[in-house]
Design a protein around this ligand. Structure first.
Ligand code: SAH
Length: 231
């Protein structure tokens, strides 16, 4: 987006502006494009199903988010919706479903997950959305793992407390499905030099709780919940 640009909205965004907010030509509207930031705009023209807006000023540039990915086996619909909503609020850079042997939910509706994240971002005045990437099988993910990214593997069978090993820099949190990882998967993950098996405490958590707790710990210790070192 840029100053003076005219943006035409249709579909659900236009429906919301026309029928819920009942905007008229001249009404002020805030717009976010997930690339340049948040902009002030003014309704230029309304039609039955679409709205044109003239962008007038940049209010805030897109916020930076810490470089952590959430790689979680998809769980049942309502629980997965919660995971992606909370991951967006907590500030992850990317979410990708990972298919493991004991993953029960095989098909994930990426559009629904995206809508969930957009709603969370709107509620929380966020200018950045996590990237959502198509599901990957665990073995394929491990094969192509980037050399510089630490893989914090939430291991319900025990590991180093995450708060003790979390460090700044490119990171990812891997969380298993309801049934956990099997022995072969655990061995394959641990064989990756960038993987660190981490514990989230002595109690077994449900997968969605593990994702939210793990992200919170990483954010608090190594992400942007701490004072940033001066450059
Ligand atoms: N039913 C399994 C538990 C799976 S919990 C069992 O009885 O072993 C789902 C996922 O959450 C796990 O695969 C792991 O990634 C994560 N998790 C749950 N509790 C954890 C803990 N205390 N420490 C680390 N990871 C945990």
């Amino acid at each position: 987006m840029s100053d003076g640009a005219v943006v035409r909205l249709d579909g659900s965004a236009a429906h919301y502006l026309l029928n819920v907010l009942r905007v008229k030509p001249g009404s002020p509207v805030k717009l976010c494009d997930n690339q340049t930031g948040e902009w002030l705009a003014e309704v230029a023209d309304v039609a039955k199903r679409d709205v044109s807006l003239r962008v007038t000023a940049l209010l805030r540039p897109r916020e930076p988010v810490p470089d952590i990915w959430l790689l979680a086996a998809p769980v049942k619909k309502a629980r997965l919706d919660m995971v992606v909503e909370k991951a967006c609020e907590l500030g992850v850079a990317l979410y990708r479903p990972v298919i493991t042997r004991r993953t029960i939910v095989e098909r994930t509706n990426m559009d629904r997950l995206r809508a969930q994240m957009v709603e969370a971002a709107e509620q929380c005045a966020r200018t950045a959305l996590p990237e959502i990437v198509d599901a990957v099988k665990l073995a394929d993910m491990l094969k192509d793992w980037p050399t510089n990214r630490t893989l914090y593997f939430a291991d319900e069978e025990g590991g180093v407390p995450l708060a003790e090993v979390a460090k700044p820099g490119p990171a990812a949190l891997l969380v298993g499905p309801e049934g956990g990882f099997d022995a072969d998967e655990r061995a394959a993950i641990k064989a990756l030099p960038q993987a660190v098996a981490v514990s989230l405490g002595p109690r077994i958590l449900r997968a969605e709780t593990a994702a939210i707790a793990g992200l919170s710990i990483w954010m608090a210790v190594a992400g942007d919940w701490v004072a940033q070192p001066s450059r």
